[in-house]
Write a protein that binds this ligand. Sequence first.
Ligand SMILES: NC(=O)c1ccc[n+]([C@@H]2O[C@H](COP(=O)([O-])OP(=O)(O)OC[C@H]3O[C@@H](n4cnc5c(N)ncnc54)[C@H](O)[C@@H]3O)[C@@H](O)[C@H]2O)c1
Ligand SMILES: [Zn+2]
Length: 343
Amino acid sequence: MKTVIRTSSGEYPVLTGHGVSCRVLELSGILPNVTKAAVVTDDNVAPLHLQKLLDVLPEGTLRYVVPHGEQSKNWKLLGELLEGFAADGLRRDDVLIALGGGVVGDLAGFAASVYMRGIPYVQVPTTLLAAIDSSVGGKTAVDLKAGKNLAGRIYPPRAVVCDIDFLSTLPKAEWKCGLGEAVKYAVLAGGEMFELMKKGLDENSLEHFIDLAVDYKRQVVEADENESGTRRLLNLGHTVGHAVETESALGFPHGVCVAMGIKAVARASLSAGLLPKEDYLAISSLIQKYSFPECPYPMRSVLGHVAHDKKISGGKLNVVVIRGIGRCEILPMTLKEFEEFVS
Ligand SMILES: NC(=O)c1ccc[n+]([C@@H]2O[C@H](COP(=O)([O-])OP(=O)(O)OC[C@H]3O[C@@H](n4cnc5c(N)ncnc54)[C@H](O)[C@@H]3O)[C@@H](O)[C@H]2O)c1
Ligand SMILES: [Zn+2]
């Protein structure tokens, strides 16, 4: 399947399918110009999937393998990558390929955006989270000591090539992380996405679900590329989710915290009379179906972390509330109002 994303600086295709990575350059539409490529990946993905890409990339393709995990999204490693590109003679018309999950995608995308004031790059997502979320939309970033994703750019890739076969090696815990974001899409978009998740994602439905998620994200980012309005909908469950993540000292993975956050917002939306009971029950049973744990912390201690949320603007949080499955809305609230809302 091919989805085309339109941006202020052009458009790019998102291609999904089994085995599509072996046609990565051709499908990206950049083959005629490419004489040299570089792949950035991590040390988990490299032994599993790097060779398959190297087999179809020009001889002498450069490779950069970073340690896996969030701690690689840092300024120092970004600098080392850039120095490596320069030392290895990567030029402006060469292409960078980010092969991995959201960490590699964010880091390599940011590197591509600043190296020689921007070189073309292609996202090749290898996690469910990256396939349905981070590889699309052009957000790139590294973390700062003060918080996640505090330095970055919106720099669209030249293409996203999502080879479903790559997902087959994903460890269970990483699936679960992706499923937390999948629940987010199911609640945001409703309709077929919700139904597919209710039935349970399997080999037959996975690719279609990814296509639907990509198309949903396409609509959102095309309407609001720079996140000044409706793109904030994609933060459903993330205000509480990030706070739980901080409270647990990263003991709970991101996607699991997002699912807890969605549950909290659904409960709050029900209590505030915004969400009909029937939809609330459907959302909570979906979350239960995928065995996401209950938030073990009292809301009061979790909320202590919300004050540091970087998404507070003008003293207000842009809270994504749920009015129904497929009907979410951004409601600005002061911290106090938010505390009352979720408590
Ligand atoms: N740019 C965006 O719009 C956006 C959106 C959401 C999240 N993010 C970012 O994405 C990151 C999280 O992404 P993630 O969940 O993909 O994490 P990740 O990139 O750390 O990948 C998770 C783990 O799975 C391993 N892995 C990846 N693919 C594999 C495969 N096919 N087989 C076996 N192991 C594999 C990785 O080595 C890693 O250990 C966060 O840094 C988050 O901030 C960005
Ligand atoms: Zn998320």
